[in-house]
Design a binder for this molecule. Structure first.
Ligand SMILES: [Zn+2]
Length: 80
């Protein structure tokens, strides 16, 4: 996965699972867990059901805002 572009960016952990991070799908513009439960080539992968189209469901701190870089959502600290 893409590394944070600068230190004031951080990957956003999934609110449902401790190991997942939030990703954005290119086709449907849906936010979802990196460990999303799904079937790929007949294999079951993932163990999380977090998906949303609602940015307000993405957990960022009050002093951060959601920024998407190459389909990877980051929380970016607001600089004063
Ligand atoms: Zn998750």
């Amino acid at each position: 996965m893409l590394r944070p572009p600068t230190p004031d960016f951080r990957k956003i952990p999934c609110p449902l699972s401790s190991k997942g991070v939030i990703r954005l799908t290119s086709g449907t513009a849906q936010y979802q867990c990196s460990r999303l439960r799904q079937v790929i080539a007949e294999f079951n992968v993932g163990d999380c059901d977090f998906t949303t189209h609602d940015e307000s469901q993405i957990p960022v701190e009050p002093d951060e805002r959601l920024v998407v870089v190459d389909f990877t959502p980051f929380a970016r600290r607001n600089t004063p």
